[in-house]
Design a protein around this ligand. Structure first.
Ligand SMILES: [Zn+2]
Length: 506
């Protein structure tokens, strides 16, 4: 495929991607609600859109990537009543809600960095945009698509439905939303219709996070922040909105409605919030949905350390990344020890391929071109672009890497004979392979983050202790003390004994 084609949830088909204002691309992705350690679902969403971000940049677009942090307003069960997810955690752990949010935000960033996921251009927090959220509620009220009851403000879905049609993204209509609603059992409470959702909630006396507003001291509804922050940083109409498939309804449907209700006097082409809606699929574990209540919710830190009953061993961040890339982002992905270990072997073969490729030199070598090899390497990057242009098909892209591996291995085996491809073909291929592996797929060689890192420290420490031993032999106490003190300040302790010097960290 010559052009980038994306599957748009809104139109339910693949469409050629054209930015609104080339070369700029506006990308908004729903980020985490920070009240617990990140799990595989968080990683899959962040990774899917990391690849979107990386590939768009590779294509030369100037991408403004905004991913929000939900630190207020997300209630347990995604409902309009009940406790806030963050406040519940704060109560259980006896912490300030902001302390909970910051702690898990730090933890999230740590895990995403381990997975080599690039930080977005802007990471706005919901609590940092309360005035803008109040303004949007006022605008929606003024346009007649919301109503106030006892200090809370609700979006008037039936009114909006008449003018715009509600449910275009999820394919639901008001009748089946009403039929599926839990409110049928619990009553709509203050809401006029079970499909209506909160824009502003009056805070209960026990609610800790609260702000003054024209209606009450309260807090914003969860859906509102994304419309507000995407509008603020990307405009009323931008290129791509992404998130997990579980967010299509009600979250993204509500976002579109809020945007249109706020922007209802704008021309039609400025409505709908984003041109393309992209959704990554879910992850299962041993064929089962993951969940705390099912006892199979494994967070990323547990995967990295192997500390969970369901894990046979630790899986490195790069193995998790590679494993996820082997599936298309819109397919479900099942995690199991067997699948992860098979993927680990595949990843190792690719890493070995890169090292071998480095060892093949073109310098002062006769050339005897093998046409099949030559064609394989020349068509590598066009094939990769073809697959990546097809809705970021990382699975088929990785399959193409495996097709190139036998050629690399053969060239490596014959590295002392004549070169079986043209020198410029090999040079270009090395560059292409690096661009794909490091920049587009965002992979790193395992040695960089794994045991080889420790090996390097071992070797360096061996060298330093040897230098110190030499200094001591020469009774050069100044140098030997300098080495000991310098290492001490790095938290590395030296222990001298009759057998020599050993060291330990901490
Ligand atoms: Zn969102």
């Amino acid at each position: 495929m010559d052009k980038l084609v994306l599957y748009n949830t809104l139109s339910r088909k693949k469409e050629v991607f054209t930015p609104i204002k080339p070369p700029f691309v506006g990308l908004y992705v729903c980020g985490p609600t920070v009240y617990g350690n990140a799990h595989l679902g968080h990683a899959r969403s962040a990774m899917s859109f990391d690849v979107v971000f990386r590939y768009m940049r590779y294509l030369g677009y100037k991408v403004r990537y905004v991913r929000n942090i939900t630190d207020v307003g997300h209630l347990v069960g995604d409902l309009d009543h009940g406790e806030s997810k963050i406040e519940k955690k704060a109560r259980l752990e006896q912490l300030e809600p902001m302390e909970v949010a910051q702690f898990y935000l730090n933890s999230y960033i740590e895990d995403m960095t381990a997975l080599n996921i690039l930080r977005p251009s802007i990471e706005p927090r919901a609590t940092g945009h309360i005035p803008e959220q109040i303004e949007m509620v006022e605008e929606i009220l003024k346009n007649g698509y919301a109503y106030e009851v006892n200090g809370s403000v609700y979006f008037d879905v039936p009114k909006y439905d008449q003018d715009f049609g509600y449910g275009a993204l999820s394919g639901r209509d008001l009748e089946n939303i009403k039929a599926a609603s839990r409110d049928n059992l619990e009553g709509t409470g203050e809401k006029r219709h079970s499909a209506d959702f909160a824009l502003w909630k009056k805070a209960e006396p026990s609610h800790l996070m609260r702000w003054d507003s024209p209606w009450s001291v309260g807090f914003p509804g969860w859906h509102l922040e994304c419309t507000v922050m995407s509008t603020k940083y990307l405009g009323t109409k931008y290129d791509i909105h992404g998130g997990g498939m579980d967010l299509v309804f009600p979250h993204h449907e509500a976002e579109i409605a809020q945007s249109n209700a706020c922007n209802c006097h704008a021309p039609k082409e400025l409505q709908g919030e984003a041109n393309f809606w992209l959704h990554n699929n879910m992850i299962t574990l041993n064929g089962q949905k993951m969940g705390k209540s099912l006892g199979n919710a494994i967070d990323l830190k547990q995967f990295f350390s192997g500390e969970h009953d369901l894990l046979e061993k630790a899986y490195s961040p790069m193995n998790i990344r590679f494993f996820m890339l082997q599936a298309h982002y819109r397919s479900t992905l099942d995690f199991s020890n067997e699948a992860l270990q098979a993927s680990e072997r595949g990843f190792k073969r690719i890493c070995e391929g890169i090292s071998r490729l480095e060892e093949i030199s073109t310098k002062d070598r006769a050339v005897a071109v093998n046409t099949a090899f030559e064609e394989n390497l020349i068509s590598f990057m066009p094939d990769v672009r073809h697959q990546m242009n097809d809705d970021f098909h990382t699975a088929k892209t990785i399959a193409r890497i495996f097709e190139a591996l036998p050629v690399i291995n053969q060239l490596h085996a014959q590295k002392n004979g004549p070169l079986a491809v043209k020198a410029e073909t090999l040079t270009q291929f090395k560059q292409d392979f690096h661009t794909l592996f490091f920049d587009i797929l965002g992979l790193k060689l395992e040695e960089e983050s794994g045991n080889a890192g420790n090996e390097l420290v071992d070797q360096l420490m061996g060298l330093i202790t040897e230098l110190r031993a030499d200094a001591r032999k020469e009774k050069n106490w100044a140098v030997s003390d300098k080495i000991r003190d310098g290492l001490g300040s790095l938290d590395i302790q030296l222990k001298d004994s009759a057998d020599g010097t050993t060291w330990e960290i901490g």
